[in-house]
Design a protein around this ligand. Structure first.
Ligand SMILES: Nc1ncnc2c1ncn2[C@@H]1O[C@H](COP(=O)(O)OP(=O)(O)OP(=O)(O)O)[C@@H](O)[C@H]1O
Length: 436
């Protein structure tokens, strides 16, 4: 039997490592024992980051937050849990997770999570040309920051002028909502709102668009992310649109980056840019208008409580600090998805607390609870003055000791052991750090 297992082990190891699904297994203590290549790719994490640590130790979990831990506790499988989040590299990922308990006979010995990355599939679900109803209006948009108020004011002017509009902003900043709101605000209303999803468009799609625009229906066309069309298709789109300019058509486009950079790098056709840029509206990323975070959460929770009788009414000061500190690569969409995830698991809580944050968010925010020094501060940076060596060493020591303490949830004995020193030495060093 043992011989058979030894013989099979390289086959299993190879298959697990090369599998097209992410595999994460933990033992009875919650310690990671398998974390395959696909899982690393999905979560943007290296095995070294988590190996030999229990999930609880590493991420400071309460017990019911990770699906793996949940399954470990209940002994029951959890299937088809869909998750959309931004991984450590700031990439938007959607996965479907199945999590199973593992038994040896009757004895529960661990749990395994299989994650299918369905990001590409989700993108394909968008028809290249889509007509939508139930469109947004300006009054529904959160705009507490001055920059967002200016965006809305300019967009309202654009709706009045009925000129083509170009919306510039990172993914998830609200370009789509803004395009819909402009459509809703037009003084002479258009009957239809069409979106051309450029990411999924080819030459046939552009031909079909030509046909759609040939009738004399009044419509708004939102060309979403024209910078994702090939150059020949951008030229084709421009040729079509310039021939169709008429009173009952409103053209809006969006791009994901600075137009000057996009033109310079050859991914945006200059003439197509000029066609749309009568009104160019730049939507700042969420990290540059953090004043919008709390009002968005308030509006979200109010809506949620009306729809689902949820008891959540706000976030703790700690969460507010974490959210204001985080850089939100996925912008409002990321915040919205995070709130979806938190609220769907909430029961009777009234405030969102640190314990309610999901694993992937904590993974990215490992350091966010410290408003002290970050690891990047210990790297020699061209634009920063060098510290005298003794000051550098002191700060590095304080940082390292604090990290270690946090990892062991403030337990002095365990931290001292991990750092290879006695309890007394650690306490002495801590006093020194405090005094300095
Ligand atoms: N100002 C805002 N107020 C309320 N909700 C917002 C706001 N901005 C964005 N959102 C929310 O964020 C999500 C993303 O918005 P939207 O799809 O408009 O972004 P986008 O810039 O078009 O993204 P992409 O370029 O990826 O398509 C939406 O679900 C929307 O509900």
């Amino acid at each position: 039997m043992q011989k058979n297992i030894d013989f099979l082990r390289p086959f299993y190891t190879f298959a697990v490592e090369q599998a097209g699904v992410g595999i994460h297994a933990i033992d009875k203590q919650g310690r990671t024992i398998i974390y395959n290549k696909k899982m690393k790719q999905i979560e943007g994490l290296a095995l070294e980051d988590i190996q030999d640590r229990t999930i609880v130790e590493l991420f400071n979990f309460e017990h019911d937050e990770s699906t793996l831990l949940k399954v470990l506790q209940s002994g029951k499988e959890l299937l088809n849990v869909k998750q959309t989040y931004w991984n450590r590299n700031g990439i938007q990922i959607t996965t479907i997770n199945d999590t199973y308990p593992i038994f040896d006979g009757d004895k529960l010995i661990g749990a395994v999570e299989l994650s299918r990355d369905i990001t590409a599939l989700e993108n394909l679900l968008h028809q290249p040309i889509q007509q939508s109803n139930d469109l947004a209006v300006f009054s529904l948009l959160t705009a507490a920051s001055n920059s967002m108020k200016t965006v809305i004011a300019t967009a309202k002017k654009a709706a009045k002028a009925k000129l083509p509009v170009l919306l510039i902003g990172e993914a998830g900043t609200g370009k789509d909502l803004l395009a819909q709101s402009i459509h809703s605000e037009l003084s002479l209303k258009n009957d239809y709102f069409y979106t051309l999803h450029c990411r999924n468009s080819d030459s046939l799609t552009i031909n079909r668009l030509n046909e759609t625009l040939t009738g004399d229906e009044s419509l708004t066309l939102f060309c979403e992310r024209i910078d994702l069309l090939t150059m020949p298709l951008q030229q084709k789109l421009l040729d079509i649109l310039t021939k169709k300019e008429r009173q009952n058509l409103q053209f809006i486009a969006s791009i994901g980056d600075d137009p000057v950079d996009l033109i310079a790098s050859g991914v945006l056709l200059k003439d197509l840019y000029y066609f749309f840029a009568s009104f160019a509206i730049q939507i700042p990323p969420l990290r540059k208008r953090k004043k919008d975070i709390m009002p968005f959460i308030d509006a979200y929770l109010t809506k949620r409580s009306a729809q689902y009788k949820s008891s959540l009414i706000g976030v703790t000061p700690e969460i507010e600090k974490i959210f204001n500190h985080y850089h939100w690569p996925g912008n409002m969409r990321e915040l919205e998805f995070l709130l979806d995830e938190i609220t769907s698991l909430a029961t009777t809580e009234t405030m969102i607390t640190y314990e309610m944050l999901p694993l992937h968010f904590r993974l990215k925010n490992g350091d966010l609870n410290d408003d002290t020094i970050g690891v990047e501060d210990f790297i020699v940076q061209r634009d920063k003055d060098l510290l005298p060596l003794d000051q550098y060493l002191k700060e590095a020591e304080a940082y390292y000791v604090e990290k270690a303490l946090k990892l062991y949830e403030g337990n002095i004995t365990k931290t001292a052991h991990a750092l290879g020193m006695s309890r007394q030495s650690l306490q002495y060093r801590l006093r020194k750090i405090k005094e300095s």
